[in-house]
Design a protein around this ligand. Structure first.
Ligand code: SAM
Length: 290
């Protein structure tokens, strides 16, 4: 069964009376080249395991199962279960879990399901309504121990994930990504590659996970609080953004003295700081939290 063909998608719609739900981000991929790109980007081997989020009708799931030892996929929509029973019937190395990915203990699932796999990758064409919460969870969970995360996301989100300092797309999410991984845009995928087509183009992003972060702040929690505060009011200077966050006990004058003593100009904005500079800033502010 060619799961990328519109004929197959229409056959499934008719046979199961299946309606795609916009609210669940159900834009199904029908682009074989984009699938090839996802498979090549993820480091899959006959010994590796893959966790997928949101199989839809199984178009990516089947390819992941062909390229790895075992694939576990989490789908929230109960209506897709009988569809997947048919489309993924040829594969004995796929396990389907009917759940909301945000409610699953992913570290426990990975430890349990992939104990006999040499490495684990996460791959997904993510539902757009929940992309950032899912990625934040995947990145922030220290117990996941995955090799890489290869995801299809909206193009603008892909640019934010991979953004460098001093660019329009650079955000607190870019810092979180750079702290935990080495990100890369693999390919841009036009809206016409999906059924139904979303309003915007998409991109495949690979996050090669780091085993240790490139910086060692005194406190990781304080570091990310400071990063979020710095980006909280984007158009303001760093001094005003940090003071406006209400997180710190310093007056504006004291904040100015601290920032300039670190060698930053008074007018510096959060978006100009890279990982190392945020680390210096966060360490200097460590005793100034309210
Ligand atoms: N992988 C398929 C493909 O590439 O065609 C489908 C991708 S579609 C963009 C997103 C999928 O995620 C849908 O199947 C949707 O039902 C599922 N989904 C949405 N929210 C979810 C959640 N919270 N937990 C698990 N799956 C979810």
């Amino acid at each position: 069964m060619d799961l990328t063909s519109i004929q197959t998608i229409n056959y499934i719609r008719n046979k199961y009376g299946f309606h795609m739900r916009k609210g669940l981000g159900q834009n199904f991929l029908q682009d074989a080249a984009a699938l090839d790109n996802i498979i090549q980007a993820a480091s899959l081997t006959p010994d590796s395991g893959t966790l997928e989020i949101g199989p839809g009708i199984g178009v990516l799931t089947a390819r992941l199962a062909e390229a790895s030892k075992k694939t576990v996929t989490i789908e929230i929509d109960t209506n897709l279960l009988e569809v997947l029973d048919e489309t993924l019937a040829p594969y004995e190395n796929i396990k389907i879990i009917n759940a909301d990915v945000m409610k699953v203990d992913l570290a426990a699932l990975i430890a349990e399901e992939f104990s006999d796999c040499a490495s684990v990758s996460i791959a997904a064409n993510l539902p757009y309504y929940i992309t950032t919460p899912i990625l934040t969870r995947l990145l922030e969970d220290p117990a996941l121990h995955v090799n890489d995360i290869v995801v299809m996301v909206q193009k603008e989100v892909a640019q934010r994930l991979c953004a460098r300092p001093k660019t329009k797309s650079y955000s607190a999410l870019s810092v979180l990504v750079a702290y935990h991984s080495v990100p890369e845009i693999v390919t841009v995928v036009p809206a016409s590659s999906f059924v139904p087509p979303p309003k915007v183009d998409s991109a495949v992003v690979k996050l090669a996970m780091r085993t240790t972060p490139p910086i060692q702040p005194l406190s990781e929690k304080a570091f990310f609080k400071t990063v979020r505060a710095a980006f909280g009011q984007r158009r303001k200077t760093l001094i005003n953004a940090l003071c406006g966050s209400n997180l710190y006990s310093l007056s504006k004058e004291e904040m100015k003295t601290l920032i300039t003593s670190l060698g930053f100009p008074e007018t510096v904005r959060g978006e100009e700081l890279g990982l190392q500079e945020f680390c210096v800033l966060s360490d200097a502010l460590i005793n100034s939290f309210k």
